[in-house]
Structure formats: structure tokens, C-alpha cells
Design a protein around this ligand. Sequence first.
Ligand code: E4P
Length: 218
Amino acid sequence: MKFFLDSADLNEIRQMADLGICDGVTTNPSLVAKSGMDFKSLLNEIVRLIPGPISAEVVGTTASEMLTEAEVLSKIHPNIVIKLPLTPEGLKACKALSARHIKTNVTLCFQAGQALLAAKCGATYISPFIGRLDDISQDGMALIREIRTIYNNYGYKTEILAASIRHPQHVIQSALSGADVVTCPMKVLTALYQHPLTDKGLVSFMEDWKKANQKPIA
Ligand code: E4P
């Protein structure tokens, strides 16, 4: 399973790059706004830090505006993936970009029919928003399972990128449900490797080691 960081915060992206488990980055207009940076300068920095797919979202509303923006964004670096909204205009733009072998991430997916359309338009990634569905008392994980079954039934190559992840259980359940990628905020990625028994176990190992007066290993 691939892990993307859902962030436009360069400090967080640097930390994840150091840890070596970050396969890519997803951004959205809200995250970019929060970073306070110019969008293109930010993307130039991110591509230097993470040698994987970096989703950059268009803000135009017509297919023609989206394609013009995609042109500019794609020129920044070959790893830039054009993130498009799941609207008729976004799908039109997706089809045009796929025909030119430009990678796309179709975002704001809340039902399986939308995911089917994105796959038909050749999307590289589909982003079902798990947390936002759970927020309104719908089963976000059921959506991942439905999309997995549909894509398997027809051999669609579009990768399922589980998004709007709120906690580690969303990551585990996405993995069990067959998502290809999960994009997480920093706090979820950090929470994934934390367990009180790990910390407790390590403390007692170190205490026992000291008590035995062992020589340093190196
Ligand atoms: C994904 O690409 C989106 O940026 C993100 O996962 C949205 O998550 P949110 O619902 O926490 O804003």
C-alpha cells in the first residue's frame, strides 16, 4: 500500500521525507491557503522533497479553464498529478488529460457511481472522502469496498486513493478494503506507529540492559 501525506506544510513534508515512508503528497486549495505560500513556489519545494506523485488541484470551473491550469502545473515537474473535481467539467478535463498521458486525481468522490465515471474517463487516481462521509453518518469505508469491487469487475486501472482520513483505523480499514493508496494528515501517520506498550516495553528493555552492565554495542 502506498502512503501519501495530505498536507501543504513544508515542515511536515520534510519530516515525512526524513522518515522515508512517504510515497507522495496530496494538496488541496484549503491546505495551500493554510500554508500561506504561493502555489507554484510551494509545488517547486514539494517536488524537491518527495520523489513521488504530488497532487495539485485546479481551481477553474470549466474544462477549458482546468486544462489551461493543468498545462501550467504539469510544466512544474513530471511528478505533478492534476487534481480535478468530480464534476461534469472535471471529468471532461480528466478525459482530455488522460488522452495526453497526463496523470490525474479525481477528487471529492462520495459515491460509487462517481468513481465509475472517473475510471471511464481514465483517471489515474480516484479520491473517495471517507471522513467527510462518516461525518454525516454515512459509511465511508463501504464506499471504498464498493469501488474496489467495481474496478475489479471491469479491470479498471484507476487507483483508489482513500482520502479525508481522520484516524489510524481509517488507514487499517482502507488497507483491508483494498485501497491502493491512503493519504493521511501528519497526525494520523504519526499515530500509526505509536502504541503505549511499545514505549513501555522499550523503557523496560533499556533498564534491564543498564542493570546488566553490558558493554556498548558500538
Ligand atoms: C484529499 O486529497 C483531500 O486533500 C483531503 O483528504 C481532504 O480531507 P479533509 O476531509 O480532512 O479535509
